[in-house]
Design a binder for this molecule. Structure first.
Ligand SMILES: *[C@@H]1O[C@H](CO)[C@@H](O)[C@H](O)[C@H]1NC(C)=O
Length: 180
């Protein structure tokens, strides 16, 4: 019994680690990741997002890499009454492809990308009472192929989310002028 205990604890710890671990794009190339991305699809269990997901339109991000290797994101978010602009700074973390923001309350990891067409980004947020998880499909072009969308959908359950939390966001012209 006493001998089995450390094994049990170890197995438990391993299980916890496995649950928290997100695969990251091997050999992540920061410079190639920079540029313009459309947030074409999102799946998240964040309560604020779930309330407004059916009315959301595709935000457009312009990503640049600072000399320190941090990720600066200019976000243009189409809202019913115009275009909301946000600037976010994500600090580089120990793991290439992962960044943190707001005193590490938000973490973003690039799970997979081919740099020229798509990227799948995993985000965790600890700002609410309960942490929330988001999976986001970023595309260079505003349109997404059915194959890519299917690939994205297959990842949703693996991240502890459900398809009911998915929103494929429509395009909007609200922010077009300024991001051209
Ligand atoms: C969202 O999902 C993650 C992963 O399954 C879980 O740890 C978290 O508690 C969930 N948060 C909410 C608000 O449901």
């Amino acid at each position: 019994m006493t001998a089995a205990l450390p094994c049990l604890a170890l197995a438990l710890l391993c299980a916890l680690r496995a649950a928290a671990e997100v695969p990251v794009q091997p050999g992540f190339d920061t410079q190639k990741f920079a540029g313009k991305w459309h947030f074409t699809a999102t799946a998240s269990n964040c309560s604020v997002y779930l309330k407004m997901k059916d009315r959301m339109k595709t935000p457009i991000a312009t990503i640049s890499i600072t000399p320190e290797g941090n990720l600066a994101m200019k976000l243009a978010w189409p809202l019913p009454d115009g275009c909301q602009r946000l600037e976010l700074l994500f600090q580089r973390s120990g793991q290439a492809g992962c960044y943190t923001a707001a005193q590490e309350k938000r973490e973003l990891c690039v799970m997979e990308t081919d740099y020229s067409h798509y990227a799948i980004v995993h985000e965790t947020q600890h700002t609410e009472q309960q942490p929330s998880t988001a999976l986001q499909l970023l595309t260079r072009e505003p349109d997404v192929s059915p194959q890519l969308l299917q690939k994205f959908e297959e990842l949703i359950p693996a991240m502890g989310l459900t398809k009911a939390m998915l929103a494929v966001l429509p395009k909007s012209d609200h922010c077009a002028a300024a991001t051209r």
